[in-house]
Ligand binder design. Structure first.
Ligand SMILES: [Fe+2]
Length: 150
């Protein structure tokens, strides 16, 4: 059984590796199109499932004040993920400015991931039991399987 924090950490690493690889390609490199598509689908599913299965549980349990704010911050930072997804879907890929945008948004996404792994994971460890973290991990893995197959 894998707990949700381990599941998310693994996904973060995968997306981060794909981003690094994409940044080494030019927009018109055929390899890039494939990477862009992989990042786009990985991020779309990841953000959607976090917002459905992970953040709401924390929001419910977090104490009012700083802890709740931290969860809202994470939700807000997901807007950056959505910008990146939109950029990858767009035709902008052949644009001169594209690489700069990819770099900036990629860095923002990585910063969010780092924040999440410290603040949000810390909150999860505080509010959720080991068993609960494992249950959510299983739920996440099952929902992901379905999303990938869809
Ligand atoms: Fe995440």
């Amino acid at each position: 059984v894998t707990d949700i924090l381990t599941v998310l950490k693994k996904e973060h690493q995968e997306v981060s590796d794909l981003l690094d690889e994409a940044l080494t390609c030019d927009g018109d490199d055929p390899k890039f199109a494939k990477l862009a598509q992989q990042i786009e689908s990985a991020l779309t599913i990841h953000a959607k499932l976090e917002e459905k299965l992970f953040y709401p549980r924390l929001l419910e349990l977090a104490e009012p004040g700083e802890d709740k704010t931290d969860v809202f911050v994470a939700y807000t930072e997901h807007d950056v993920l959505k910008h990146l997804i939109a950029l990858l879907k767009s035709e902008k890929r052949r644009d001169e400015a594209f690489k700069a945008e990819l770099q900036v948004l990629g860095e923002d996404v990585k910063r969010h991931v780092k924040e999440e792994e410290s603040t949000i994971f810390g909150l999860a460890r505080k509010e959720l039991s080991k068993e609960r973290l494992e249950e959510i991990g299983e739920e996440f893995a099952a929902a992901k399987k379905q999303a990938v197959a869809a």
